[in-house]
Design a protein around this ligand. Sequence first.
Ligand SMILES: O=P(O)(O)OC[C@H]1O[C@@H](O)[C@H](O)[C@@H](O)[C@@H]1O
Length: 361
Amino acid sequence: MAAFQHCVASPWTRKHCFANTCWKKPCHRGGCCCFSSRKFANLSCVVDGASQNMNNMQLKEVLAWKELLSNDSNQEPQLYTSSKVGNLEQLTLHHVASNQQVQVFLFGATVTSWKKNQVERFFLSQEADFSGKKPIRGGIPLCFPQFGPYGSLAQHGFARNSMWHLKQIGTTKDGSATGVVLSLSSKDVDAAWTSAWPYAFTAQYQLLLGFQGLQTNFWVRNEGEESFSFTFAFHNYFDVSDVSSCQVFGLENIPYYDRRKNDEWNERGEENLAGFQIMEPVDRIYVSTPDELAIFDSSKLQIIKVKKQHLPDSTLWNPFGIEGSDAGWSKFLCLEPGAINQPIELKSGEEWHGSQMLQCE
Ligand SMILES: O=P(O)(O)OC[C@H]1O[C@@H](O)[C@H](O)[C@@H](O)[C@@H]1O
């Protein structure tokens, strides 16, 4: 509420206020982040503060965990198909009414494809490994219970390396979305990992495909006696025409850790009032980011919106061809909502939920 009052105080700043951040700092986003050129006039404004408040309200409803009805394959034969890729089982879920489909592997619960109107929105590396011995590179690997190298585990933790279970496939009660729920518990995780992170947990991962887009919900519960803490991220690899044709919106003036400079802290962030354009390797953890971010791809004329909940931070990563880069480095941009800077602590019996809604226009 305080944030809203602050926003309406000045018509100039109102355009640039994110309801959840502007109470922390003065609104100093001079200039408009909207695409002002006539060519893009019909594209929606990516970070329009006036609609932001409304969006945030809608978001709360949208991002509630939705119960699924079990699939009755007689009634809904087109809901999903399953297939094998390499050693791994893959599910393809359809939402026919909005012409979307999503593919997810039980290994790592890794989403590898999201198509809307037959157009692929995620990058999947040609070097991706489907043996079940390495995480699948592309789509949405899950970083849990550790983001990056910050902890006792190997990079990004074990969720992306573990075999998840299919719990449910179905439609939501109101019939507006199709979804799948996968689950993982500490008992499913290889002992080599649990010896370094010895806590009892259950996790559920729900994908919902509906008219609004693709929503991903991650849920974790402490099933043990002891408290534990963890960090988390949805490691989204978005498919782009060329990374240097992309602008990122929502990270202007947000402080970040620069992973390319030994995690140097940049308190003021960067101005980048017309959106952040990637022209060199970037690997940053932005702290306390707005709940709506966007990538504009000027060659594809595509906007991907990332609306997140309970995920304060966001990593932006592209290796830009440096040594060790994936051969397809120019074709992806990773924008990864997460809870990274402040680990989440769960006491015995407590639960945490983080979620994102991905939309493309
Ligand atoms: O190669 P991995 O383990 O999948 O990680 C890829 C990248 O993931 C990003 O989240 C990190 O910020 C990068 O530093 C890292 O290189």
